[in-house]
Design a protein around this ligand. Sequence first.
Ligand SMILES: [Zn+2]
Ligand SMILES: [Zn+2]
Length: 151
Amino acid sequence: MGERPTEQTTRRSGGCLCGGLRYEIRGPVRDVIDCHCPRCRKWSGHHVAASSARIDDIELVGGATLTWFHPVDDPDVAYGFCATCGSSAFWTHAGLETWSVCAGLLDDDSGLITSAQWWTSTAGSYVHLDPDVPAFSTQPGPSDAAAPPPA
Ligand SMILES: [Zn+2]
Ligand SMILES: [Zn+2]
């Protein structure tokens, strides 16, 4: 990927299928990481493909339907979705200063690429993993040289 920066500063907006959830991002967004972990599979119905942005840079301009789900076995994790239409929107973990932003909800995803595939060990057998994208059987650890920033 050469000299390509991994973060891009643009003004982006996004929203859910029904329009009840709308947001704007003013600041850098990360490239997309695919996560095939069991939770992300269940939550998304496939796998999560998420960019990421700082919470401070995300403004909910229509957030009345945003609902957070906390897995009972790990309540510090939060999955944000639209309670009306079910669109998968955000992921975060207590203490993080970022929200993962499901890339499919962005109005304009130009310039973003898929930079990593996480949890390939639990990916669906029907999934076509991209041999050109770095893959991790679970997720990269902090000592992994190829580790992207946290999702
Ligand atoms: Zn909605
Ligand atoms: Zn996951």
